[in-house]
Write a protein that binds this ligand. Structure first.
Ligand code: WAQ
Ligand code: MG
Length: 246
């Protein structure tokens, strides 16, 4: 089997490389799985200064079941300016497995907000965002914020970081995601305007289909966005706020 279990990445200064690599290796081996392979890649970002941003605000909508969660998520996306057609298309694909033959993708779909047209070149793999991280201080603060609201932080901290990078991308209107992990039922919608809105139950437990769809204003945005997602370093230097859902 060649199934990818989980990935993580960090942006750190040179003197923290050793410590960071050992933390990531411990993390990869600490979750019940015993991976056949752990791959570590270190990229020198050179003199490039990461763009610095604040993490998205976070809220939780406790919809009782997947149908309710998806319908509230859809309403939020429509308010953000995504067409009904595009929203339905994204949700249908996440539920079915958006890759080839109902497989999951390793990356995200990119969709035009008005038409739902898919703009990623490789529809089997999708686009992987990389080169984003919390500063040490901001990571500490967002963990504390989540703990203060009784939330386990492990996946949420990673998902908010990715959603924050995506929300700051050129042409991005909003995003929808739920995990492809059979025993993790949560998902979210995110946008620069309403932040990161979580839904603890986006799918039935045991369902191994999920993914991400990023909606862009126009077809012309796709190329610039893909370059940004893959290459431009983004460092989150402050945590957003936690709101009770409205
Ligand atoms: N860039 C783009 N797409 C990605 C990336 C990435 N770096 N990593 C994962 N994906 C896509 C890919 O299609 C996966 O199948 C899909 O997202 C889901 O990934 O409680 O755990 O890592 O607030 O399973 C969200 C809710 C959890 C957290 C998301 O996603 C919460 C999650 P997973
Ligand atoms: Mg997963």
């Amino acid at each position: 089997m060649n199934r990818h279990i989980s990935g993580a990445e960090r942006i750190v200064s040179g003197e923290k490389i050793n410590r960071t690599v050992s933390e990531l290796i411990s993390r990869a081996m600490s979750r019940g799985a015993s991976p056949d392979r752990i791959r570590v890649t270190i990229d020198d970002l050179g003199p490039v200064i990461a763009r610095t941003v604040t993490g998205l605000d976070i809220s939780t909508v406790n919809a009782p079941d997947p149908a309710a969660a998806r319908s509230i998520a859809a309403a939020r996306l429509k308010q953000a300016g995504i067409s009904e057609k595009a929203v339905k298309q994204a949700i249908r694909l996440l539920a079915a497995g958006p890759g080839t033959d109902g497989q999951n993708m390793r990356g995200a779909m990119i969709m035009e907000a008005r038409t739902g047209k898919r703009l990623e070149q490789d529809r089997a793999r999708g686009v992987r965002a990389s080169r984003f991280d919390w500063s040490e201080d901001a990571r500490h603060r967002v963990r504390q914020l989540l703990e203060d609201h009784g939330l386990p932080h492990f996946r949420i901290v990673e998902a908010v970081a990715l959603a924050t990078k995506i929300a700051h991308g050129p042409g991005v209107v909003a995003e929808i995601c739920w995990s492809d992990d059979p025993d993790y039922t949560a998902g979210y919608v995110a946008s620069p305007g309403f932040g990161y809105v979580r839904f603890p139950i986006c799918k039935q437990p045991g369902t191994g289909k999920g993914g991400r769809a990023i909606f862009v204003q126009s077809e012309l945005d796709a190329e610039r966005l893909i370059d940004y997602l893959q290459n431009e370093p983004v460092l989150i230097i402050a945590a957003g706020k936690y709101h009770d859902a409205t």
